[in-house]
Each structure stands twice: as C-alpha cells, then as structure tokens.
Write a protein that binds this ligand. Structure first.
Ligand SMILES: CC(C)(COP(=O)(O)OP(=O)(O)OC[C@H]1O[C@@H](n2cnc3c(N)ncnc32)[C@H](O)[C@@H]1OP(=O)(O)O)[C@@H](O)C(=O)NCCC(=O)NCCS
Length: 157
C-alpha cells in the first residue's frame, strides 16, 4: 500500500543527533556513490542538513522515520543541480522521490533558478529523472576528469 499520504518533508531545520544517525544509516544502506564511484563522505551530512543559500538538503519522514533525502546545489544565478537523491528500498516507487524533487524545485524557483540538471550516476536515476521531465542536455555539459585514479586512492588512504 502506498505510504505517500503519510510523508512529511523537512523544512530545513538543523538536524538533531537521532536524525543525523538515521540519515547516515540510510546513506550507508543505499550506498550513495559520487560520480567517480567513491562512497560519499558521510561526515558532511551534518553540514548539509543545515542549508545555506547555495545548497539544500531535505528529508522525507514517515511516522518519525527518515525514508528519503535529496540534496541540491545552486550552480549559478539561473541554474541548479539535483546532486543526489535516495529513498529507502521498501518505500520506492510510491512517489516519494518525486515529492523530494518537487520540494527542491519549489525552493530553487523561489530563489530565481530557471534550470535544473541532474547528475545521473546509474540507469535507475536516468529512468527516474526522465519520468520527471529531465532530458539529455544538448551541448550543455562537457566534463573532464581532472584527477587521476592514482591521486584519488592516495588521498583516501
Ligand atoms: C532513484 C530513486 C530516488 C527514485 O525514488 P522513488 O521514490 O522510487 O521514485 P518515485 O516513486 O517518486 O518515482 C517517480 C517517477 O519515476 C519513475 N521511476 C522511479 N524509479 C524508476 C525506475 N527504477 N525505473 C523506471 N522508472 C522509475 C516512477 O515510475 C515515477 O513515474 P510517474 O511519476 O510517471 O509514475 C530511488 O530508486 C533510489 O533511492 N535509488 C537508489 C539511490 C540512487 O540511485 N540515487 C540516484 C543517484 S544520486
């Protein structure tokens, strides 16, 4: 049965110890990875849930438990980025991811942002974001990896 009607969204408060623990556990469970495949640095979470003007972090809560999160950054005066998103496995495909993206988009709009792009790290994200109206950017993003694997592994030791 869909749990969507039970969801509340965070409004950008500073997280308490229990919330922080829940977010960290959820991220570990989902195994959030960044573009280069490294495990996301969870020490930063406490910082992220206290949004400043250029970043937003929201969580979805059902009956007091955090079941999803979204993090977005403002990249320029008109462009924002859906940086990462995660929903607890047993709560997926019920509209919670969409709700989190809508929350982020509403906030971006308030800040005058006109475009949002998503970082797609896997096929699931590509499918999800295309359902939400994201399309492959034409001649928009040119990427270059500027750090070698050697340096990355040295830094993480
Ligand atoms: C990607 C993710 C956040 C989607 O969350 P979700 O709560 O299941 O998504 P929703 O239920 O809100 O789905 C929204 C839309 O996307 C579609 N969708 C979601 N996951 C999909 C998938 N794996 N394949 C195809 N379509 C998908 C839904 O059908 C829905 O479409 P609709 O609005 O037309 O009905 C979730 O699968 C997840 O946490 N994945 C693991 C972490 C991850 O890969 N994050 C992305 C990298 S940062």
């Amino acid at each position: 049965m869909s749990q969507l009607s039970k969801v509340t969204l965070s409004t950008g408060h500073a997280c308490n110890e229990s919330e922080r623990e829940q977010i960290l556990n959820l991220m570990r469970e989902i195994k959030e990875v960044n573009l280069s495949g490294e495990v996301f640095n969870m020490d930063n979470v406490i910082y992220y849930i206290e949004p400043d003007l250029s970043s937003r972090f929201y969580v979805a809560i059902i009956e007091g438990k955090i079941v999803g999160y979204v993090y977005g950054t403002i990249e320029s005066t008109i462009c924002g980025c859906l940086y990462y998103i995660g929903v607890k496995k047993e709560f997926r495909r019920q509209g919670i991811g969409k709700l989190l993206v809508e929350k982020l988009v509403a906030q971006f709009k308030k800040q005058g942002i006109e475009y949002i792009y998503a970082l797609s790290t896997n096929q699931r994200m590509t499918d999800f974001s295309s359902h939400l109206g994201f399309a492959e950017g034409e001649k928009m993003t040119y990427m270059k990896r500027i750090i070698s694997d050697d340096i990355t592994s040295k830094e993480s030791t």
